[in-house]
Ligand binder design. Structure first.
Ligand SMILES: [Zn+2]
Ligand SMILES: [Zn+2]
Length: 300
C-alpha cells in the first residue's frame, strides 16, 4: 500500500481517494461492475470512469473503508503501481456513487496518434525536482492544463494557462502556447491524469522539451504546502477546493467585482450555468449569482 491515511481518523473520519492509470483494459464493463460492487459494499461515494485506456476515479468514505478499498482493489496487477492520493473528506463530497464506462478516462477527443499515454508520453518530473528548479530559478515554464475556472483560484507562480474550459478544447488554444515550443515546459494538472495526454499532445505538436509533474499539483502541495503554488486547489466535488495547511494567500478574484474570493457559483441563469467565482457581496439573498448583466436580465 502506498502513502498514508489523510489524517487521524478521529479528527478526520472521512477521506477522499484520487487515482488513475492508463493501461489496457480488455473488459471495461466487467471492471466497472467489480469497482461498483466493491465501492458499494464499503459505502463509498464518488465518480469512477473506466475505459479501454484505463481508470480514473475519486472516491470518498470513512478512512477505514477507503483504506479497505485500497487494500482490496489495488493488488490487481494492472493497477499495482498506482499512486493513490488522499485528502481530508467531509462525508458529503459526492451525492452518490457513479461508475461509468466511457470512450476515454479524460475527455480530450485526441486520436491515439495524437496522444496515447499507454505507448508514450512526456517524462515525469518529481515534486522534489520541481521544487529545486524553483529554488535554482531555472529557465522553465509551468503550463497549467486545467480549465480556466480551476486556474482562477490557484496556480503555480508564473504559470501559463491555455485558457480552456474543457480538456477537449486544447487543440483550439495550442497556438497560444507556440512561443514555448523550444522552452522547457512542465505540464501540471490536479492529480496527473490530464497531463499524461496533454503533454503527449504537445510533443506530437512539436514541443521539444516537455515534462509532466508526477502526481500533479495534489502531490506537490501535499509535500510543499504554501510553496510555489499560490491560492487553493480546485476539486470536482462538493468541497470545491482542497487545502493542505501552510500559509497561503487568496489569489481568486470575484468575477463580478474583483475582490478576493474562492467561492464558486454556477450562474443562476438556466441557459448559462457558467462556473465562476462570486463573492458574498455579489450574490442575492438566496446566495445566487449571475455571471453577467445579460444573465441577470434574462431571468426577469
Ligand atoms: Zn464580488
Ligand atoms: Zn451567466
Amino acid at each position: 500500500m502506498k502513502g498514508e491515511a489523510a489524517g487521524n481518523s478521529k479528527t478526520h473520519p472521512y477521506q477522499v481517494l484520487l487515482f488513475y492509470k492508463y493501461v489496457d483494459v480488455d473488459a471495461p464493463e466487467e471492471l466497472a461492475a467489480h469497482i461498483r460492487s466493491l465501492a458499494a459494499e464499503l459505502s463509498l461515494t464518488g465518480r469512477v470512469i473506466v475505459a479501454h485506456e484505463g481508470i480514473n476515479g475519486t472516491l470518498e468514505g470513512t478512512v477505514k473503508n477507503t483504506e479497505k478499498f485500497v487494500v482490496r482493489f489495488f493488488p490487481d496487477a494492472r493497477f499495482a503501481d498506482v499512486q493513490v492520493k488522499r485528502s481530508a473528506g467531509t462525508g458529503k463530497s459526492f451525492p452518490s456513487l457513479s461508475v461509468k464506462v466511457r470512450e476515454e478516462i479524460v475527455g480530450t477527443g485526441f486520436t491515439d496518434e495524437e496522444a496515447n499515454p499507454r505507448v508514450s508520453t512526456a517524462p515525469r518530473i518529481s515534486p522534489e525536482e520541481l521544487r529545486a528548479w524553483y529554488e535554482e530559478e531555472r529557465d522553465f515554464v509551468v503550463v497549467d492544463m486545467r480549465n480556466n475556472y480551476e486556474f482562477a483560484s490557484g496556480h503555480f507562480k508564473n504559470a501559463v494557462e491555455p485558457g480552456i474550459s474543457a480538456s477537449r478544447h486544447l487543440p483550439l488554444k495550442v497556438e497560444k502556447l507556440e512561443p514555448l515550443k523550444e522552452k522547457t515546459v512542465v505540464t501540471v494538472c490536479t492529480g496527473g491524469v490530464r497531463c499524461e495526454k496533454m503533454a503527449a499532445y504537445l510533443m506530437h505538436k512539436g514541443f521539444t522539451n516537455v515534462r509532466q509533474l508526477d502526481g500533479g499539483i495534489h502531490s506537490y502541495i501535499e509535500k510543499y504546502p504554501g510553496k510555489d503554488f499560490l491560492g487553493t486547489l480546485y476539486t470536482f466535488d462538493q468541497r470545491l477546493t482542497m487545502h493542505f495547511g501552510g500559509e497561503r494567500e487568496v489569489i481568486g478574484k470575484c468575477h463580478l467585482c474583483g475582490s478576493a474570493s474562492e467561492d464558486y457559483a454556477d450562474c443562476a441563469e438556466e441557459s448559462c450555468h457558467l462556473h465562476f467565482i462570486a463573492c458574498a457581496d455579489c450574490r442575492d439573498a438566496e446566495g445566487r449569482a449571475y455571471c453577467s448583466e445579460e444573465c441577470r436580465m434574462a431571468l426577469v
